[in-house]
Ligand binder design. Structure first.
Ligand code: ADP
Length: 485
């Protein structure tokens, strides 16, 4: 199938590229240059109705999708993974062009995403309920049923990966999907939509409607035929998503929101290893990562040496064209993001943190920021409290385990945390006490298809990945049969 058939200026509904009802389009940019890549169809409330109707019909009783064996769904997911691997260079190219992450990282993201589909492919025919020995002369059994039409709203920082995290469990369980990609990065979602058609998913099972949050996104979340919303994005919008559910049909909601995750380095750590883990924890994906280790707590005995080495390490990053294989950091996603990062860097300087390296924009074209390290950061500073979503490491000093647990938890967020130490007691004490959905010991960002991921507190609820994510897409039905007495 030719990729030339993909239409960025159309929506993908019912296995076809169709025009937006309003014929409106919006521009999508290359963050490395600030130049337009394509005009993309803009969905609004009318298109949301059409897409939801298609997904509803695909989910209706007796539809090909509902009649399909669970194992056949698994074959489709495996086929989709095959097609991603076949088209990996094209997908990675588009991801880098549209998002600005390095081509190497895009290749890794596409491969990891295909692996996620394979993980869920194996699960399709292993979803089952229980037989329950109930009181009295009767037996009960439960079935796990797909919840129905799901709306999925994703951010721009990992466009293909976020799509896969959402589609994997939804398609595994037999739901149908309407996905709204982020307005900044809709291109690979449209490519992926086309691949679902080639893989053989029936009409209406997967629909992709690019558009803006307050219009298309809100209409999806308010729609009475949508039974669940899966959202990844900011905590601010997370509040709205819950409100939309409350105002409409009380649809199920799962939210994967922001973070201000602590990474704690104890004195006994191997210094070079700790610097490297902390470096990757914050600078991966240019800091545009909801679980970024954005508060690096270092114990006082090694603090000065750690700061020196961390600053040297950040200084080694090569910023530039993300297609250049020697470059390790591309641009931030857009101008507002760039401005926000620079504003927060300014606040750090004004509030008394010590700027060790970086802190400035790089070049005048595109949205590049120099890798930045602050030392002498204290808990009350904005850079220690707010999600920066950029390549800015804030290094804080601590003395004791009890103190660092208290401070690590001193945030409204609870997405992730890390600890680096050779002392197993300290590692376990921290892991048990920290309020975070994922805790990494002597590593960071170790995310696999098998492990559930999702936050505590204002980082949201519900899980992506792992078998646990399936629960969000299933409803349990209890059937009780009276036996002859
Ligand atoms: P970010 O700050 O990372 O861009 P957002 O939470 O603003 O995070 O956006 C994440 C996703 O949520 C995007 O797809 C965006 O279009 C969508 N979105 C933004 N506002 C709304 C809204 N009011 N209703 C539904 N979706 C929204």
């Amino acid at each position: 199938m030719e990729t030339g058939q993909i239409r960025y200026n159309k929506l993908f509904i019912n296995n076809e590229f169709v025009e937006a009802a309003s014929k409106q389009q919006f521009p999508v940019f290359n963050p490395s240059t600030g130049l337009k890549i394509a005009d993309v169809a803009e969905a609004d409330e009318v298109d949301v109705d059409v897409a939801v109707a298609a997904a509803k019909a695909a989910f209706s009783r007796g539809s090909p999708w509902r009649k399909m064996d669970a194992s056949a769904r698994g074959k489709l997911l495996n086929k989709l993974a095959d097609l991603m691997e076949r088209d990996i260079k094209n997908l990675a190219y588009l991801e880098t062009l549209n998002n600005g992450k390095t081509y190497k990282d895009s290749m890794a993201d596409v491969q990891a995403s295909a692996d996620i589909f394979r993980y869920y492919a194996g699960f399709c025919d292993k979803i089952h309920g229980d037989t329950i020995p109930i009181d009295g002369s009767a037996i009960s059994f439960t079935t796990k049923e797909p919840i129905g039409v799901v709306a999925q709203i994703i951010p721009w920082n990992y466009p293909i990966a976020m799509l896969t995290w959402k589609w994997g469990p939804a398609l595994c369980t037999g739901c149908t999907v309407v996905l709204k990609p982020a307005e900044q990065t809709p291109l690979t979602a449209l490519e992926m939509a086309w691949l679902t058609k080639e893989a053989g998913f029936p009409d209406g099972v997967v629909n992709v409607i690019p558009g803006y949050g307050p219009t298309a996104g809100a209409a999806l979340c308010l729609h009475d035929d949508v039974r669940k919303v899966a959202f990844t994005g900011s905590t601010e919008i997370g509040h709205k998503i819950l409100e939309y559910s409350a105002r409409s049909n009380l649809k199920k909601v799962s939210l994967e929101l922001g973070g201000k995750s602590p990474l704690v380095v104890f004195d006994d750590a191997d210094l070079d290893e700790a610097v490297e883990v902390a470096f990757n924890a914050i600078f991966a994906n240019h800091g545009q990562n909801c679980c970024a280790g954005s508060r690096t707590f270092v114990q006082s005995g090694i603090y000065e040496r750690f700061v020196r080495k961390a600053s040297e390490r950040a200084g080694q990053i090569k910023v530039g064209d993300p297609f250049d294989p020697n470059v390790t950091q591309g641009p931030q996603i857009d101008e507002p993001s760039l401005r926000k990062i620079l504003r927060l860097v300014d606040s750090g300087k004004k509030e008394g943190a010590k700027l060790e390296v970086g802190g400035v924009r790089v070049g005048e074209e595109g949205y590049f920021v120099a890798p930045t390290v602050f030392s002498e950061v204290t808990d009350g500073m904005r850079i220690a409290k707010e999600e920066i979503f950029g390549p800015v490491q804030s290094i804080l000093k601590f003395n004791t385990l009890e103190e660092v647990i208290e401070r690590a938890n001193g945030t409204t967020y609870g997405l992730a945390a890390g600890v680096i130490t050779k002392n197993v007691d300290n590692a376990l004490a921290f892991a048990r006490a920290v309020e975070a959905g994922s805790v990494w010991v002597n590593c960071y960002d170790y995310i696999t298809p098998q492990t559930p991921f999702g936050g505590f507190k204002k980082s949201g609820f519900g899980k992506d990945l792992g078998s646990e994510s399936l629960n969000d897409y299933l409803v349990t039905k209890t059937v009780t049969i009276k036996l002859p007495s």
